[in-house]
Every structure is written in C-alpha cells, then in structure tokens.
Design a binder for this molecule. Structure first.
Ligand code: FAD
Length: 301
C-alpha cells in the first residue's frame, strides 16, 4: 500500500522536477547511485572490490520508446564489459530488458541480450537479467531461457512477491544459471502478487530454501532483511556448491562488509548513468525514511 502511494506521488511531473533538478534531490540520489558516467561506476566498483565485495554493474535506464535508445543502451553495456576487463574488476553486469527494447521489439531485445552475454563471456564474466513489472515476466523468462541455452553465462532475478515464482523456479533451475531472489520492487495487483509483508517474507523463505538446496543453480540471495538472511546462513552450512548474497549500493553498507568479512560472497549492485530517477523512486518506496531524508535535505536540516 505504502509502496503504491509513494510510487504514485513520485510519478507526478512536479515531484520528478523537484527531485531531479534540485541539489537535495541529487544529494539523495548520490547515496544510491554511483554517478552518471561509466568512469564513476568503475571507480566505485574498484573501491568495493578493495573492501572484499564483488559488484554487479547496472547502467540505469528502462522502458525505452525507440530503437535508437535500445541500441545505445546495448552499446553502453558492451562498453561496460570492456571496462570491467580493462580495470580488472571482480564484477558482472545487470540488465533490464525494457531498456534493451523489450515491449518495443522483443526479438531485438533478445538479440541485444545475446550480444551482451557474448561480450561478457569474452571477458570471463556473466549477465543477470533484472525482473521488472509483472506484464513482462513471461517474456523476460523466455528471453532468458534462449540466451542461457546459447551462452551459458546468464542469470535472472525472481521476485518472491509473485504468486507464480515457485513454478518459474522449477522451470529455470535446470538451466543452470545463477538466480537472484529478491522480494520485488513494483506495485502489483493482488491476483498476481502477495500484498502483505509477512506473506512476501514467507514466500521468500520458501524460495530461498528451495534455491539453497538445489546444487544445479547458483543462488544469489538479494535482501537487506536480516530475518531473511538467517535461514540462508543456516542452509549454507549444508551447501557445497557456490552461492552469494547481494545488496544494493548505499543500503546497509556495514552489514555488507560484515557478511563478507565472515567469509560469505557478497555482491553489491552498483547503478550508474543519467536515467536514475525511476530507480531512486523505488528505493524511496521501499523505505519511506528515505523520503524523510530527502525532505530534511530540502529544508536544509
Ligand atoms: C541486489 C539486488 C537486486 C535487486 N533486483 C531487483 C529486481 O531485479 N527486480 C525487483 O523487482 N527488485 C529488485 N530488487 C529490490 C528488491 O525486490 C526489494 O525491493 C528491496 O531489496 C527491498 O527489500 P529487502 O529484501 O531488502 O527487505 P525490506 O524489508 O524492504 O528491507 C529490510 C531492511 O533493509 C533496509 N532497507 C531496505 N531497502 C532500503 C532502502 N531502499 N534504503 C535504505 N534501507 C533499506 C532497511 O533497514 C529495512 O528495514 C533488488 C534488490 C537487491 C538487493
């Protein structure tokens, strides 16, 4: 409910202007976004690697409305793969399919993912496909299946709030890619998604248990919620195959380091680029305290 209300307010053009065009708005963005350029993201990724944290680089953008923008996004990811190699980073790449043309021309988006996966394979890294609004879930999984069968270095995000996710895991675990389990960040209707926090949490725990007991996949447990991490740490004592935690840049930095220092693989999702507004609004909707942080910055307190 709160998520839907915050997202509705941030979609208004006046709110967007206030956040993107004022210093307080940009200050809040800086907490969650590495910068507007690839160089700034490389420099953040290097510092995180130095602290023992792995990285996933995300060039921000979504819902492109023309072919040219989809090609530009694909090219930005090819540049990102080269930069990972040149800088010797311990990093992979996260992509959003609506940024690569899904919804406009699904075949083009699929071709773009394959080109990025091939470039990532050449520099010895992998690609994770983010999961977006539920209208795209089926197409996203279909594109993932094709690309993973062809290249073998992909993974996909699965949202615990979706009622369909257990069946989706049965379908994609045999493909052997990595699977990022997250709660889900969009406002979805009740015939498609669990609405209450406790229902989403129960679903997350069921799905994380399934992933941690599946040796054929590499689970990436993406949550900042300690109650969700505890059962995973317990399951890890029985697991010999690789797995990792993932958290977002700027969220619970101390906990990220603590878990890495304890010997767990921790990957930090590092977004960068000029199109940071929709990403920032989802971070605000998850945690209304972030809105208060913005309001305080706005009145100079
Ligand atoms: C690496 C990664 C990748 C993701 N990829 C996707 C994706 O592809 N598709 C998708 O729909 N969603 C994605 N998400 C977002 C996810 O679905 C949740 O919306 C988000 O992680 C918040 O859920 P939580 O599990 O951290 O638990 P919550 O219960 O929301 O948070 C637990 C605690 O974490 C802290 N916290 C959480 N969020 C914030 C924040 N924004 N600011 C400050 N503190 C915070 C607070 O202390 C909070 O009490 C991703 C998340 C991560 C970590």
């Amino acid at each position: 409910m709160i998520r839907a209300a915050v997202l509705a307010v941030t979609e208004r053009s006046r709110t967007r202007k206030l956040i993107t065009e004022t210093p307080p708005g940009r200050l809040v963005a800086r907490r969650f976004v590495a910068g507007e350029t690839l160089d700034s993201a490389v420099s953040v990724a290097r510092s995180l690697n130095e602290e023992g944290l792995k990285v996933s680089m995300d060039h921000l953008g979504e819902h492109v409305t023309d072919v040219g923008a989809a090609i530009e996004a694909k090219d930005a990811y090819l540049a990102c793969a080269h930069a990972i190699d040149d800088a010797g980073l311990d990093a992979n790449i996260s992509v959003k399919l609506t940024q690569l043309g899904m919804g406009l021309n699904d075949d083009m988006a699929a071709d773009h993912v394959r080109e990025i996966a091939a470039a990532a394979a050449r520099v010895g890294t992998s690609v994770t496909i983010d999961m977006e609004e539920s209208i795209y879930t089926e197409t996203t999984i279909g594109i993932y299946e094709g690309a993973q069968k062809a290249h073998g270095n992909l993974g996909i995000a699965i949202q615990a709030y979706l009622l369909r996710s257990a069946a989706d895991l049965d379908r994609i675990i045999p493909l052997g890619g990595h699977i990022r389990l997250c709660k889900g960040a969009y406002a979805e209707p009740e015939d498609i998604a669990y609405q209450g926090d406790s229902e989403v949490d129960r679903s997350f725990d069921r799905l994380s248990a399934l992933l941690m007991s599946s040796p054929d996949t590499k689970p990436a447990i993406a949550s900042h919620d300690d109650a969700r991490l505890v059962p995973v740490l317990e399951a890890a004592t029985q697991r010999t195959a690789p797995w990792e935690f993932q958290m977002l840049y700027g969220v619970r930095r101390d906990r990220q380091r603590e878990l890495a220092d304890a010997g767990n693989d921790m990957r930090v999702y590092v977004p960068y680029g000029e199109a940071w507004y929709p990403y920032l609004t989802r971070r605000m909707a998850e945690r209304p305290a972030n809105l208060a942080f913005f309001a305080r910055a706005l009145i100079g307190k």
